[in-house]
Ligand binder design. Structure first.
Ligand SMILES: NC(=O)c1ccc[n+]([C@@H]2O[C@H](COP(=O)([O-])OP(=O)(O)OC[C@H]3O[C@@H](n4cnc5c(N)ncnc54)[C@H](O)[C@@H]3O)[C@@H](O)[C@H]2O)c1
Length: 458
């Protein structure tokens, strides 16, 4: 099998399928990335992935995208896992997927024989209906190359892995979803995923008893919609608890207690009920925006999704308001951002709340210093407004305020007394993840403001 795109999704997919026994060819149009991967270097921070790659080495090979035609002669299934970056309205852009689809068609239409039919599996998150678009583009490519008899089938196999636990999520997914109207595609993917679905591979990673993974088969549009609905639901759940948190601040309730109390109901569940700065990353904002754009395309309103996005935007503003409340003017104030990546255990800064908050703070005249245990270097290149340091206490030295943006262990474990000794008045901590022990922070002489933790979060 083959994978086009060696990003967070493509690499984890290729490496996990190689680990469970398949021979995998991975392609990318980023030559530097391919060269690094050939030497076993991962282009981003993902715990365990380098080890998985090493363990799969004999079955996993990397090549430049220009070798697509050659790879297509070897593989019977080709996953497309290229990026679908946000367009002007925030929704997914299809240009990479379209380029790959046309190139597959041209290669299939070329003169050399291929395994027939080729199963083209879309793993990128794409708007509902994109599988048909991909199918059309592959067919056009085949026609352009004059190879009308080349056969292919299309399937949608959305990905649900989380950055930071991509290895675990690829080997032990909650479910595998396949949408297709082709029996050949379904059969091929059933065989390919069998070791994962049956959990029949040897593993050191998860000591839990092996339970078969649900293999969900459906039509193309439903598979594409499952991905969007899953992410939109999770984003809405976070916005919901943030709405509750904001009310908690008015009535003197503690949102952590409330979340615990409602989360014990297994119809609700306790996960994704953490109040704070809101959701970010390369998926939630884009996927919610894409679903809203789908509604607009059909002249259909999506008030719940609109509200989820609006509540999320407002959480960023609430960080600024909490700073302004105690610092008053932010002009020339030094504000430390603790954690820069969009969540812990990744160096990914796409859609990171830290960047949004830093840009508002800078526009208000603040001097922003940022610390992250892993994403510091990337942030220094991406966000010149942030003075990046590589020690959390260095960030706190002389800071009038600090914002907990990402709940890394290194941030959760900060010594409040040491922080208090280094900071300057009013020594404010805005805990954007409700990650710190509020009482210990206050006891150390710091001013603490969380989210939804009682009146004004005092
Ligand atoms: N990152 C996640 O947590 C996650 C989870 C589920 C789904 N997704 C979806 O999966 C898709 C990929 O996301 P990602 O985070 O892996 O992206 P990424 O940016 O990490 O990787 C994309 C890769 O595709 C390569 N690429 C782009 N255009 C190409 C082309 N024309 N030919 C060959 N290679 C090309 C890039 O060089 C890059 O290596 C997106 O649609 C995303 O929404 C992402």
């Amino acid at each position: 099998m083959g994978v086009v795109g060696t990003g967070h999704v493509g690499l984890a997919t290729g490496a996990s399928l190689a680990y469970v026994g398949h021979r995998v060819r991975c392609l990318d149009n980023d030559q530097e990335r391919v060269a690094g991967l050939r030497e076993g270097r991962i282009p981003f921070y993902e715990p365990g992935l380098e080890e998985l790659l090493a363990k799969s080495a004999g079955r996993l090979r990397f090549a430049g995208y220009e070798r697509l035609a050659e790879v297509l002669r070897e593989v019977d299934v080709l996953f497309v896992a290229v990026g679908t970056p946000q367009g002007a309205d925030g929704s997914a852009g299809l240009s990479n997927v379209a380029d790959v689809a046309r190139a597959i068609g041209r290669s299939l239409g070329g003169s050399r024989p291929h395994k027939v039919p080729l199963i083209v599996v879309n793993k990128s998150t794409v708007p509902v209906g994109s599988a048909y678009y991909v199918s059309t583009l592959v067919s056009e490519g085949i026609e352009d190359a004059g190879g009308e008899s080349a056969e292919f089938r299309v399937a949608s196999n959305p990905e649900f892995l989380r950055e930071g636990s991509a290895v675990h999520d690829s080997l032990f997914p909650d479910r595998v979803v396949v949408g297709t109207d082709s029996k050949e595609a379904l059969d091929a993917l059933r065989i390919l995923y069998a070791p994962i679905v049956e959990q029949s591979f040897p593993t050191q990673w998860d000591p839990r008893p092996k339970v078969a993974v649900p293999f969900v088969t459906t039509d193309l549009a439903s598979a594409e919609m499952i991905k969007y609905a899953a992410n939109a639901f999770l984003a809405t759940k976070i916005s919901f608890i943030n709405e509750v948190a904001n009310l908690c601040e008015l009535v003197g309730a503690d949102v952590s207690e409330v979340a615990h109390g409602i989360g014990l109901d297994d119809r609700v569940g306790s996960r994704f009920l953490s109040a704070g700065i809101g959701w970010g990353g390369s998926c939630f904002p884009k996927d919610v925006a894409t679903l809203r754009a789908t509604g607009r395309a059909y002249d259909h309103e999506t008030p719940l999704l609109d509200a989820a996005a609006a509540v999320n935007e407002r959480q960023r503003t609430r960080v600024i308001h909490k700073l302004q409340r105690d610092l008053h003017s932010l002009e020339s104030k030094r504000v430390a951002l603790l954690g820069l990546s969009f969540k812990p255990n990744t160096d990914d800064l796409r859609g990171a709340p830290s960047l949004q908050v830093a840009s508002v703070l800078t526009s208000l005249g603040a001097r922003v210093v940022g610390y992250d245990p892993v994403a510091g270097k990337a942030a220094a290149m991406l966000a010149p407004d942030i003075q990046v340091v590589f020690d959390p206490y260095e960030a706190l030295r002389g800071a009038n305020a600090a914002v907990v943006v990402t709940e890394w262990e290194e941030v959760r474990g900060l010594d409040p007394k040491k922080a208090a000794a280094l900071m300057r008045e009013p020594k404010l901590i805005v805990d954007g993840r409700n990650a710190l022990d509020a009482a210990a922070v206050r006891e150390a002489g710091l001013l603490y403001r969380g989210f939804g933790r009682g009146y004004d979060s005092d």
